[in-house]
Design a protein around this ligand. Structure first.
Ligand SMILES: [Ca+2]
Ligand SMILES: [Ca+2]
Ligand SMILES: [Ca+2]
Length: 152
């Protein structure tokens, strides 16, 4: 992944993150250009592929609640890639590991017939169509994506 892509990718996170990370040629050099901004942090490629780098900076990830329960971000395994936005995953893929599997089904079943699902997280995202209730329509999304994204 080129540094250009990383800068562009990270630039898209402004609306969701308290701290922006960049991958400068000289790791540890913070800020953009000649501007020193404590909210722009230079990091190594290795650290940009670690979930805790972002969680410690306040990013709201899945499988943690200290930074919120909207779970805007997701990265299941360190060292493989960069964080992705939760909506980039298959509908029905609620939990790590990646892919729609029996763990996601069990999670979804725990919300069966929950109602009053409202923004921002619609009953922990199990109200997939955002109708306000967890029902068979939501199950149809999960079933349509069954085993998609599972790494064998
Ligand atoms: Ca969270
Ligand atoms: Ca999953
Ligand atoms: Ca629904």
């Amino acid at each position: 992944m080129s540094s250009w892509f990383i800068h562009t990718y990270i630039g898209l996170t402004v609306y969701f993150a308290l701290v922006i990370f960049v991958q400068p040629l000289t790791p540890g050099l913070s800020g953009i250009g000649n501007i020193v901004d404590p909210n722009v942090v230079g990091e190594t490629t290795e650290n940009l592929m670690k979930r805790n780098t972002f969680i410690n900076a306040g990013w709201d990830f899945n499988n943690e609640i200290e930074n919120g329960e909207d779970d805007n971000w997701r990265m299941c395994v360190d060292g493989i890639g960069y964080p992705k936005l939760s909506w980039q995953f298959y509908k029905g893929d609620f939990l790590c590991p990646d892919g729609v599997d029996v763990l996601d089904l069990a999670y979804w079943l725990n919300h069966w017939l929950d109602n009053e699902c409202i923004t921002p997280n619609y009953c922990n995202r199990t109200d997939i169509d955002k109708s306000g209730q967890v029902d068979l329509i939501d199950y149809s999304f999960l079933a349509a994506n069954w085993l998609k994204g599972v790494i064998h």
